[in-house]
Design a protein around this ligand. Structure first.
Ligand code: CTP
Ligand code: MG
Length: 231
């Protein structure tokens, strides 16, 4: 039996949390690294549980830590925990496989984006509800972007007005995400990329500065400050 949050919600959220966190440096799987004394995954799930539309949360945990993750999340929200895979895409597929009948909107959300506001979760879900089969939150690119060659010789500047940084949660009509995963032959870093290959248009909505992906030690320090400032 899969645990439920809001039984009247129409959204299932898949949380890939099985990564090693190599770029964060030594210290164990990233989702279990602490921010203000609590694992990143606890912060992420607490924010998901605060979004009223969320019916079900399925976490793909590091395979060796499934029991620990269940214990950590039990006091936070009623979530289902499955072992993740070697690639992010396999972790998402493992979580998708246990979503119960009911929710017709599926969001995929990185545990590493631990400070994502509940409002962003709702705005992505709302765009799917409004009829977009695939929705991604994006931010404009602020730096000048250049192409370089293999020797770090600068080539041309890219027109950044046509570029966006992509965040999660990414939202999908359930059948569309399921079909894209069933057809996936190789691995991509995001789910909207898989869906787009199936010919489904991907809609952009405004992202959030707080939905940063905690990737390097600097990001963890930044997140500590954001949290201390009320994020
Ligand atoms: N992820 C996952 N299963 C994997 C790899 C990644 O569930 N086999 C998850 C991570 O736990 C994270 C999200 O996908 O929440 C985004 O991945 P990333 O930020 O790259 O995290 P890691 O893979 O853990 O970090 P690194 O690439 O530095 O090792
Ligand atoms: Mg990774």
């Amino acid at each position: 039996m899969t645990a439920q949050l809001n039984p009247r919600g129409d959204v299932a959220v898949l949380v890939p949390a099985a990564g090693a966190g190599v770029r964060l440096g030594p210290g164990g799987p990233k989702a279990l690294r602490t921010l203000a004394g609590e694992p990143l995954l606890v912060h992420a799930v607490r924010r998901l549980a605060a979004a009223d539309s969320v019916h079900t949360v399925v976490v793909a945990a590091p395979a060796a830590e499934v029991d620990l993750v269940r214990r950590l999340l039990a006091p936070v929200a009623p979530v289902t925990v499955v072992p993740g895979g070697a690639e992010r895409q396999a972790s998402v597929a493992a979580a998708l496989a246990v979503v119960p009948a009911g929710p017709e909107i599926v969001l995929v959300h990185d545990a590493a984006r631990a400070l994502t506001p509940p409002d962003l979760i709702e705005s992505v879900a709302a765009a799917v509800r409004a009829g977009h089969d695939a929705v991604i939150p994006v931010l404009p690119v602020v730096d000048t972007i250049r192409r370089v060659d293999a020797g770090e010789q600068a080539l041309g500047t890219v027109d950044r007005s046509t570029l966006r940084s992509v965040q999660t949660p990414q939202g999908f009509r359930r059948s569309v995400l399921a079909a894209a995963h069933a057809a996936a032959a190789d691995s991509l870093t995001d789910d909207a990329g898989l869906v787009e290959r199936q010919g489904v248009p991907v809609r952009c909505v405004p992202g959030s500065d707080y939905a940063i992906k905690i990737t390097r030690p600097f990001d963890l320090t930044l997140a500590e400050h954001l949290l201390a400032a009320g994020a």
